[in-house]
Design a protein around this ligand. Structure first.
Ligand code: PMP
Length: 347
């Protein structure tokens, strides 16, 4: 499979925007090439200058943590930007289609709709695993992408590795594995498989385990061909200097992040056990993420009662296959205790 043939024709022939910083790379002391404010910025850092369009320092730091080379790494304004760019680079509006596997993360569908790309939905099985047969039946020549969210939002489970490998080995389009919640999972990441499959795209994010949702920083790891295409299509300065500076500082604090991951996982197990013991709870689904899906007797009533007490969870009870379910993010020990004690008093 040649990735170049997968991209849209207008993208293949696109001449990308060339920034001042693309044209001159080297040492100089006077920069009069980008119409910046030469006097400075009202802030202490060099914010009067445009940031590095390819974020090489930050990618280098990420590469040291992930073991993925810089040329296989793309950074987006959140994973949501990477999702949108993948549509724009690879899917012809009104012609191509993508496969999504509900119940799953909502942005694949929204991005497809924004880009006028047909969506083919293949529901997960009742155990929230892939229906490989139906997926195979849904693929045709115009199917460009299959989105697999693992661990899946909102169900919390990881998708069976062999099933994902089957798709990777047989599907002739891009396989996007969204690993936003991978740091909380027992399963291992797919980023080690990038050299095996040119059509594999792995999405990760700084918004979850890293505790930086407000910065908007997402990662896409893929073959050189895919990354080059995304770089061609992206807005020139999609990651601002403040985000690059703060994320570089954050990766120095990986120890704290790893401590939070451990607490989150142990709290997930404690909260799951406590909730499962309550009469109002019908089922606590096993989770590999930083949230749990819980089937309760009356989801809306419990949701409203928690709102009255100042605790907000996500009502997923109208979502197919999640009927009657609330999705609950793992909080701090104190927050989880507050939740448990309110629900115990209900029972
Ligand atoms: N993927 C999944 C599965 C998510 O649940 C979310 C956020 N809820 C995202 C991606 C979005 O990540 P980001 O903040 O990096 O855009």
């Amino acid at each position: 499979m040649d990735i170049k043939d997968l991209q849209r024709e207008n993208i293949r022939t696109l001449k990308p925007y060339s920034t001042a910083r693309d044209e001159f790379k080297g040492q100089a002391s006077v920069f009069l090439d980008a119409n910046e404010n030469s006097f400075g910025s009202p802030l202490p850092a060099n914010y009067n200058r445009y940031p590095d369009p390819l974020q090489l320092d930050l990618k280098d730091a990420i590469s040291k943590i992930k073991g993925v080379p810089i040329e296989n790494t793309f950074l987006g304004n959140g994973s949501d930007e990477a999702i949108d760019l993948i549509f724009r680079a690879f899917c012809n509006p009104g012609k191509d289609n993508v496969i999504i596997l509900p119940p799953t993360y909502g942005m694949y569908e929204v991005s497809a709709n924004i880009n006028d790309v047909e969506i083919r939905k293949v529901d997960l099985l009742s155990n929230f695993q892939l229906d490989l047969e139906k997926i195979a039946e849904s693929i045709d020549k115009q199917t460009k992408i299959i989105f697999i969210c693992s661990p899946n939002n909102p169900t919390g489970n990881s998708i069976n590795r062999e099933d994902i490998e089957t798709i990777l080995a047989n599907f002739k389009g891009l396989v996007v594995i969204d690993e936003a919640y991978i740091n909380f999972a027992r399963q291992k990441t797919f980023i080690q498989e990038l050299t095996e499959y040119a059509n594999l795209v792995v999405l990760q994010t700084f918004s979850k385990a890293w505790g930086l949702a407000a910065l908007r920083l997402g990662m896409a790891f893929s073959s050189r061909q895919v990354i080059d295409i995304l770089n061609k299509v992206k807005p020139p300065y999609n990651i601002n200097q403040a985000t690059q500076d703060l994320a570089l500082a954050a990766v120095e604090n990986i120890g704290t992040v790893n401590d939070w991951i451990k607490i989150t996982v142990s709290e997930r197990e404690r909260l799951s056990t406590a909730l499962a013991a309550l009469p109002i709870v019908q089922k606590v689904y096993p989770s590999d993420a930083n949230f749990i899906l819980v089937a309760v007797n009356d989801a809306l009533a419990i949701y409203n009662l928690l709102v009255d007490k100042g605790i907000i969870v996500r009502d997923r009870s109208k979502v197919r296959l999640c009927e009657g379910c609330l999705r609950i993010t793992i909080g701090t020990v104190e927050e989880n205790n507050a939740l448990i004690s309110i629900l115990e008093n209900l029972s």
